[in-house]
Design a protein around this ligand. Sequence first.
Ligand code: ASP
Length: 440
Amino acid sequence: MSKVVKFGGSSLASAEQFKKVAAIIQADENRRYVVPSAPGKRFGKDTKVTDMLYACYALAETGKDFKPALKEIKARYQDIIDGLELDLSLDGEFAVIEKNFQEKTGRDYAASRGEYLNGIILAAYIGFAFIDAAEVIFFADETGTWDGEKTRAVLSERLKSCEKAVIPGFYGSLPDGRIKTFSRGGSDITGSIVAQAAGVDVYENWTDVSGFLIADPRIIDNPKGIDVITYRELRELSYMGAGVLHEDAIFPVRQEGIPINIRNTNAPEDEGTWIVGSTCQKSKYVITGIAGKKGFCSVSVEKDMMNSEIGFGRRVLSAFEEQGISFEHMPSGIDTLTVFVHQDEFIDKEQKVVAGIHRMVKPDAIEIESDLALIAVVGRGMKSTRGTAGRIFSALAHNNVNVKMIDQGSSELNIIIGVNNGDFETAIRAIYDIFVLTAV
Ligand code: ASP
């Protein structure tokens, strides 16, 4: 049995937090590879070190005096070192960083130093080897395409000769050796990549919540947690805005069937949430989770006999494609087809898209509605339970929520519901109540 453990920024924001992390690692011999984030917020209004680095580099890049800002960053690390009573100096590292900032080595390089330095401290504190991610994680190009093949080959070889190691999250290197980062929150991806390359049994992702919640706690008071969720369910929920784990983090481990266990550094006794490939474990409720987003527009295209016109849908969509707009959902009827898009992407190009649709399919009418929200009700349990959709809609009707759109994926894993932005919270509460609060 072996594990990769990734710790998020809030788990490593101070010496106090470092001590909790060390205790967690030391409590289980199997926790062999550790992936740290940069120090996050210590309190609500605090600034993440990654953000401090971006701001500091922006000064350097524009030729302004960045040294005071860099000194503040150094102080954050020194606080941790002092709190841990470590005999470690980062003077040499900061001299290199200062020089590289002066030479404008790059924004990604700057941001990556957050994880790099935290990794050095953590490795020294727990007595693990330190592996610089730039030597083992590779990107194929400037756009950030991850080079899985090269990474797997180099990283797995390196880990074979290393019983226990710290590998900083968030960055890797480009073919020319320059540093490149994943998108924000990308240490989750590094953890998944390390888990894949090491072929471990579990990828533990330690954060500051005890796993996923069935619904957003800003909408539902004290929502229940999710014990087990499948990768596919999670994809549906995180796409619709449920946070906690970086969207791309599931791909490397999913390929190998390695489960992810989301855990809470501040409550290590909690089991957290297990993210698995497939499971015979039924979720406690018919639904596994509810998530949603506001700010969509619907564009309904009406044309008699549309259904018998071959290529109709493709031509409508090409009007969106021409303007570089991706669509979210496309429910259709016999004579109408509706395309849901993000309002902020669509708004400026609205008339061009409408003109494009006219040109492509000569519709009878086009109707646009804005300020809509989409809610995804997700659950592997829905497949084997009759009446789920019925219960959702009667709950919504009872709460005076007007349903604008319904889309059930053929996988029967989720039902997407479109409502007015103003009804968003009411709708989520109604669905949560019917499936969770009043579940028997
Ligand atoms: N430190 C980076 C960020 O703040 C990456 C991470 O924490 O995963 O986005």
